[in-house]
Design a protein. Structure first.
Length: 456
């Protein structure tokens, strides 16, 4: 079924990314990243068909290395009988179905580059369900990618898609904003009704709860399911606007939305067995931007553009505070030491894009003790080495979000090997994690460390 709607890991977003590389490749690997499959809409009665854009990216693993400019080879011979290819300017065709495309270098710090944007459309005489592969290979310097491929087929049905909304920065808590996107149908059949799923993270609020939507509040925000009655024909574009309130707790926010042709089954699946509450405000509507008509019905041909997410950053702060503990015991005893990350607000903190911990806490066992447990799920250790610290260092991660006025406590079991009066160790947050830098939102780093004291 193609009714999958919820979540950023939508099946439509799956990419094939296979590759290998030799020698200089011992420290790096080159990959080709492409959609695993693409469906071309069947031509209309006049033989016309809409064009699909197929993006081919080349990536590599080790961003400390630079990768020189390279070449991508594209072989579309398997689809020549039912599809036409439009080659971009950076590709030199060897024939109507094969080309070599130059792609740019990837300097250190860069992990990918677009190698080609291929235009594909079904031929006027293409038969329904025709299929074949477009195949790719790539090389740059001493790196060679393993071949990749995209399955191309011809289908008859609607193809809803959402445009990517713009990233919003420096929003002020207590103000209003809007997320604007375009809903279009790039398929061969019309959609009579659209099922829209939206999710606003915890620091955002829907300014209205529309009567053609139902809502569910959860720990990280609010979701809505809306049934939009405007028919969307092939070639039509509609404006979709979501009005939001930026709450006083907002910081790193995220807005997700996706569209599918409506069906009772799709709606029930999207509800997921949860309780949803109908809205009472005015209806949410699509605003027409173009017009064209075609027969309705069928499942969505291409799910790769049905889901979008956009980040909305607010100008706000959150004061994290770390507290430790004191424990006592005799030699041979096992005691439980605790340290806690508190979020004193005013904002909540969430890494809804990268999925990083709100805080990573570093510590070592106090003198005379050994860590014997309590760190299995949330923590990892860095054993002593000649170049590093002489004792084991532990790192413990909080969840990816922490509400304002909330806290997260770690419990570590320590065996007292010998009693050392006033043995202590410092626990501290790592403030420069590139995925979620505490330094960027926390106005007071002085309270981001604490002590664990044994027999003090």
């Amino acid at each position: 079924m193609k009714h999958r709607l919820l979540g950023a890991a939508l099946a439509c977003c799956a990419l094939t990314a296979v590759g290998a590389g030799p020698a200089h490749a011992a420290s790096d690997q080159l990959w080709i990243s492409v959609p695993s499959e693409t469906v071309l809409p069947v031509p209309d009665a006049e033989g016309g068909a809409s064009e699909r854009t197929l993006e081919v990216r080349v990536t590599h693993d080790n961003t400390e290395n630079g990768v020189p400019a390279g070449r991508l080879t594209v072989d579309a011979s398997e689809i020549a009988a039912f599809a036409q290819v439009s080659w971009p300017a950076n590709c030199v065709p060897e024939s109507a179905v094969k080309a070599v495309c130059d792609f740019a270098a990837m300097p250190a710090g860069t992990d990918s580059v677009t190698a080609a944007l291929l235009g594909l459309r079904a031929s006027p005489d293409a038969e329904l369900d025709a299929s074949g592969y477009v195949r790719y290979s790539a090389a740059a310097g001493e790196l060679t990618a393993y071949p990749a491929e995209t399955l191309i087929s011809v289908g008859d049905g609607p193809d809803l898609g959402l445009s990517q909304a713009e990233y919003q920065r420096d929003l002020r808590p207590g103000t209003n904003t809007r997320v604007r996107a375009t809903v279009g149908n790039n398929g061969s059949r019309a959609v009579d009704r659209t099922l829209l799923w939206v999710n606003a993270s915890y620091g955002l609020r829907f300014r209205e709860r529309n009567s053609n939507c139902e809502y569910r509040d959860h720990a990280t925000g609010t979701s809505a399911l809306c049934v939009l009655d405007e028919a969307v024909a092939p070639g039509e574009r509609y404006e979709l606007t979501s009005a939001l309130r930026v709450g006083r707790k907002a910081l790193y926010e995220r807005f997700d939305h996706s569209v599918l042709p409506y069906s009772d089954e799709a709606l029930e699946e999207a509800r997921g067995g949860e309780t949803w509450t109908p809205g009472t405000g005015p209806e949410l509507d699509l605003r027409p931007m173009a017009a064209r008509r075609a027969a309705a019905g069928g499942e969505d041909l291409d799910l790769s553009d049905n889901y979008r997410a956009v980040m909305l950053d607010a100008r706000n702060t959150a004061d994290l505070k770390l507290t430790g503990s004191k424990v006592r015991g005799a030699a041979g005893d096992t005691v439980t030491a605790r340290f806690t990350v508190h979020n004193r607000g005013p904002a909540w903190v969430a890494s809804l894009g990268a999925g990083a911990a709100v805080a990573t806490v570093r510590f070592q066992a106090p003198e005379g003790t050994t860590v014997v447990g309590g760190t299995e799920e949330d923590c990892w250790d860095l054993p002593p080495s000649e170049e590093g610290p002489a004792v084991t260092t532990y790192f413990c991660r909080t969840p990816i979000y922490l509400h304002d006025k909330a806290s997260h406590t770690f419990e570590v079991r320590l065996r007292i090997d010998k009693v050392v009066r006033g043995a202590r160790t410092t626990v501290e947050t790592l403030n420069d994690d590139p995925e979620l830098s505490i330094r960027k939102f926390d106005p007071n780093l002085r309270n981001n460390s604490a002590r664990i004291v044994v027999n003090g």
